[in-house]
Ligand binder design. Structure first.
Ligand code: NAP
Length: 349
């Protein structure tokens, strides 16, 4: 598409999400990894010496030779992907945006700022208009929590066609979602941990903004009741969620499967490089989806759905699996940037 690729930086490049950015950006057709940044502990070292690379693909040669910089807004790249720890992300991301950088963030800090889109390109691309009212020279765009993304991708076609009244969701979340080194092995082997700090609150609130309506100046949350219970399980990558929904209008099992199968949106129409061919994959096998088998489906950017059946309490229940550090984090953020570029939101870079 472009002759010259756009230079990008990764903040928090040594972390769990940061490493996924490095992996996914290595052959990106539009973006070129130009700089990496992390904490003072890593700054000044070569990336290969600062990072404990835990991906299954080799550490890309170009990234390996970069010197890790501090997370200060003096970088050459105007597009910065943030995989920063939430304890520091809020302030650092704001400093970058004030200095004219486009910050595409995974962190929770700015998700509920009134002028910041909480973006899933297949669902609410119109929310990007919010950045025009941001007070920054640049902009901040966030992507949702890793469990929220899979859930909302599965709910969106149902909401559009039948309307949703209530959702109950129980998650079984992968270890990579806790960052690196994350949960101690003695805590998680032979165990399930029925608590992930702030996760339930995020899952109950984020979908309301994402599925909300852009009124021309702000987002009006959608009126859906969501109850979430979140658990950490001994899976490396891929969050699994069991979901129950009560719909506003009657729908048959075949109609629900059809709206999932037929669901495509702007990223597919624009053929964005990181877009899955189909955001939702429905499996008929009675014991699917499973994280080990399905987390990498369609570039690890799709949500796998299965076991749709009637529910004696709600209307229907089903199971979903999606890749938490790709669709739920780095891949989702790169797709956000691709959409912004394609729609002309990345200016003067
Ligand atoms: P992580 O593995 O703990 O990585 C954190 C990164 O932040 C590291 O690169 C670390 O650099 C850097 N950092 C820490 N303190 C810093 C400071 N004072 N100044 C500058 N950089 C600092 O965490 P993660 O799992 O990748 O998560 C990163 C963010 O993405 C979090 O906000 C998380 O909530 C969000 N997120 C994670 C997932 C997931 O599946 N893991 C999904 C969605 C969203 P050093 O190595 O130098 O310490």
């Amino acid at each position: 598409m472009e002759k010259q690729k756009l230079k990008v930086a990764v903040l928090g490049a040594t972390g769990s999400v940061g490493q996924k950015f490095i992996e996914l950006l290595q052959n990106h057709p539009w973006f070129e990894l130009h700089e990496v940044a992390a904490s003072e502990r890593s700054a000044g070292k070569l990336y290969k010496d600062a990072v404990n690379w835990v991906q299954s693909t080799p550490l890309p040669a170009k990234a390996s030779a970069l010197t890790v910089k501090e997370c200060r807004p003096v970088l050459e790249s105007r597009i910065v992907f943030s995989g920063l720890d939430a304890s520091v992300a809020g302030e650092i991301e704001q400093e970058f945006a004030e200095k004219g950088y486009y910050v595409i963030s995974n962190s929770r800090n700015h998700r509920f700022d009134k002028d910041v889109p909480l973006l899933i390109p297949e669902i609410n691309p119109d929310h990007l208009e919010l950045i025009k009212s941001q007070k920054y020279g640049g902009a901040i765009v966030t992507n949702p929590n890793c469990s929220t993304i899979g859930l909302v991708l599965a709910l969106k076609p149902l909401q559009d066609k039948f309307g949703i009244e209530t959702v109950n969701v129980v998650t079984m979340q992968a270890l990579s979602g806790a960052g690196y080194p994350g949960v101690s092995s003695l805590d998680i082997i032979d165990n399930v941990i029925p608590f992930i700090g702030s996760e339930e609150e995020k899952m109950e609130s984020e979908p309301l903004k994402i599925l909300g309506k852009y009124t021309g100046s702000e987002i009006e949350n959608i009126d859906i009741k969501i109850s979430a219970q979140c658990n950490r399980v001994a899976v490396i990558d891929g969050h699994t969620e069991t979901v129950q929904v009560k719909l506003k209008n009657k729908a048959s099992i075949d109609e629900i499967k059809a709206v999932w199968r037929e669901f495509i949106a702007l990223p597919q129409q624009y053929e964005l490089p990181s877009a899955p061919a189909n955001p939702v994959h429905y499996f008929e096998e009675k014991n699917y989806p499973q994280p080990k088998l399905h987390r990498n489906i369609d570039k690890a950017m799709a949500v796998s759905v299965g076991r749709l059946r009637e529910c004696p309490v709600f209307d229907y229940k089903f199971v979903i699996t999606s890749h938490n550090t790709i669709r739920g984090a780095a891949g989702g953020a790169i797709l956000n940037a691709e959409l912004m570029y394609k729609m002309g939101y990345l200016k003067n870079i």
